[in-house]
Structure formats: C-alpha cells, structure tokens
Design a protein around this ligand. Structure first.
Ligand code: PHB
Length: 390
C-alpha cells in the first residue's frame, strides 16, 4: 500500500490526517482491571518513567488518554474506536493480551494510526497479519518460547507435559516450544489448555500431568493465573517429581514474591529479568525503584522502551502518522534488556532471550541467569510488509 492509498483510507473514515508532530495524543490501551490488571499498571509505570527519562530528547509534548481494555477483545475494540475516531489519537500503545491485539489489528491498519505494542505477543501481528503501522517493542510468543525447546533438550530432558490458558497466547507459546523441543529430539507426552481467566483449581490438570510419564512440565501462565498455578503446583507436591519449566512470565518479578518459595528453582526463559547486568539496566532498576518502591518487571521494561521508541521516533521530525510509523520501525538502542532493534521484515523486536532460575535472595525471590541465547529475528510467518513511504 502506498502513501496515497493510506491517506485515502484515513480520509475515508473521516480522520483529519496527520496531526502536528509537536503535540502528540497517545492512546494508552491497557488492562486496569481483571486477570491482567497488575501487568497493565506496571506497563503504565514504565511508560511514565520512560517519558520522564527520555522526553527531553524531542520537542514534542505528549498527552496521554488511558483506557481500560480489561482482557476483553470486544471492550478493547470499542476503546480503540473511541481513541481513533473521537479523541483523534496520533499514536496508540499498550495492549497486553494477544486476543485483544488480534481484535484491534484491522482498525489500526485501516486507520493508519501507529500502534506500539507494549506486551501482547500474538505471532500473527508480526506475521500474516503484520502492518507497517504495528511495531512491537515487547516480544513475540514464538520468540520467547522457541529457545527453551532447544535448551531443555540439551539439558537431557526427554518427555514433557504442557499446560497453558486456552487462548491465542497460550496456544502460540506452547506451539513454539513444542516445535523446537520435538525438533531437538524431545517428546510431548500430553497437553492441556485450561479455560482462560476462569480456572481456580488446577488439580485435575496436575493429576493428568503426573500420570503422563513426563520428566518435566512446561507452561505459560501470567498475572493472577501464574500466582495460583505456581502455588498449587508446589502445594500438590509436584516440584520434586516433575520439575517446572515455562515461559518467564510464569515467575515474573512483578509477582514472584506473592509466589514465594513455591517459585524456588522454577526455570523459565524471557527477554528481561531485573538482574541483567548492564549499565542501562542498573539505571532503569534504580530509577524505577525510586519511583515505585518495587523492582521492575518485563512489563515495566516494555512500557519504558515503548516510551523511548516514541520519543526517538518523534525526535526525527516525523510530520505525519505515516512518517511516525516509519520512524518507529527504525528504532534501535541499547536498553535495559541489551541491544534491541526492529526487524524491518515483520516490525517485531529482535532481542536476546535469557534462561533463568528463580532463587531466594536476601530481600525476596530473585533471578539467576543460566544462559543467554543470541538475538534472532522471528521467521516472517507470512508477513508481506507494505512500504509506507515510497
Ligand atoms: C499475551 O496475551 O500475549 C500475553 C499476556 C500476558 C503475558 C504475556 C503474553 O505475560
């Protein structure tokens, strides 16, 4: 799609094309209630800190309009419509759930309002449903889970049972893990997908895992579900017989202290842990601690880096939304999680992945990094990226 077509699309749905770059209205779409509320709050805190830290690198000023998406695709779609049509947002950011990202993808693409994804890992948004207006500063579901399949097979683990909530993120994360684990010689001996946001009692699924003949269990859970899953796994006495592995959201710094010793020795992989040793991370951890009294999580770093990307893109003098979207795709910097850049083929972030063990530290649970896998771009997964500016 060329620039003229995009402009025509914008006019077709009644948008005043482009806003002045100096006053940028940002629609912040996050869950402030429901199962992912804590994640939304941490992303917002990171975003605010990012604007404070980097804001003087641009002449632009930012007005934030925040909307609660819950973890609900229809609610989020209504909020996206309001932000685009009524508030005339110049840029959108946030989005925690993969299902929410799937629901708002078309309105973002057709309205030409750039979206900086600050969590949701939906592979399709940087795959077959990619858009030059969608840039992801967080991770993709495949990217976080693929390295763990190889790594666990290298550790000699042969048979695995998997568990995850039954929605796009759970399916994609487990799918990526299972593909790389079986390619590396491992065997998936059983799988269960639990009703998302509704499962209080994981007992029946844990009994299934125990009876499956697996050597280990691999899961994706996040937020409130991660806290109850890890506690129940421990209280059912599963950890000794079947070591617990997963994507690193399971034992996020955001709620690992609520899991306490139940999380001890769980091994997971993620693109950020607060114990990463580099000067950018030291500064980020100190500033976030000072502001909030807590250690930052991966969610906080998504918000912080999304704000930095927005500042750096607006500092290029981008004079309209298409130019801003184009500048966002070219962002690259050394941040708290190491060197990161955006893959022009998909607009997904390229970043290292860290395998870490949760251990007891002096002031609570903490993360011991066991391995770092090199930054790799995702497969293009059917993305055919339209040029924005010819
Ligand atoms: C997602 O739905 O994409 C998602 C939600 C929470 C996470 C990670 C991914 O922690």
């Amino acid at each position: 799609m060329n620039r003229k077509t995009l402009a025509a699309l914008g006019l077709a749905i009644g948008l005043a094309m482009p806003a002045a770059a100096e006053e940028i209205t940002v629609g912040l779409m996050l869950p402030f209630s429901g199962v992912y509320a804590a994640l939304g709050n941490d992303i917002e805190a990171g975003f605010a800190l990012g604007l404070e830290t980097f804001g003087d690198r641009t002449d632009a000023t930012f007005t934030i309009i925040r909307e609660d998406t819950e973890a609900s695709p229809p609610v989020a779609l209504g909020k996206a419509r309001k932000l685009i049509m009524q508030d005339r947002a110049d840029v959108l950011t946030g989005i925690v759930s993969s299902a929410v990202l799937g629901a708002v993808r078309d309105i973002v693409h057709s309205s030409g309002v750039p979206l900086i994804v600050a969590n949701a890992g939906n592979d399709e948004a940087t795959g077959e449903a990619c858009s030059p207006f969608i840039t992801r500063m967080s991770f993709s579901n495949g990217q976080v889970n693929r390295p763990m399949g190889r790594w666990m097979a290298e550790q000699g683990i042969g048979k695995v049972f998997t568990l995850a909530p039954d929605y796009a993120a759970g399916r994609q994360m487990i799918g990526a893990f299972a593909d790389s684990f079986t390619e590396a010689g491992g065997e998936i001996v059983g799988q269960a997908f639990t009703p998302f946001g509704k499962t209080q009692d994981f007992g029946p699924y844990l009994a299934e895992a125990r009876a499956s003949g697996a050597d280990a269990v691999y899961v994706f859970y996040a937020g409130g579900e991660a806290v109850s899953f890890v506690r129940q796994y421990d209280s059912f006495g599963m950890k000794d017989a079947l070591p617990l592995y997963g994507s690193g959201f399971l034992t996020s710094a955001l709620y690992v202290d609520a899991q306490g010793e139940a999380a001890q020795d769980v091994v997971t992989a993620l693109h950020y842990v607060p114990t990463i040793d580099n000067p950018e991370n030291d500064a980020f951890v100190a500033a976030f601690r000072e502001k909030t009294g807590r250690v930052p999580s991966e969610y906080a770093v998504h918000g912080y880096d999304a704000a930095r990307a927005l500042v750096e893109a607006s500092a290029t003098g981008a004079a309209d939304r298409a130019a801003l979207a184009d500048a966002l795709r070219q962002v690259s910097f050394e941040g708290p999680r190491g060197a990161l850049s955006i893959d022009p083929a998909t607009n997904n972030i390229v970043q290292p992945i860290y395998v870490y063990r949760t251990i007891a530290g002096e002031t609570g649970m903490t993360q011991e990094v066991l391995a770092q896998t090199p930054a790799e771009a995702d497969p293009v997964n059917g993305c055919d990226m339209a040029p924005l500016i010819n």
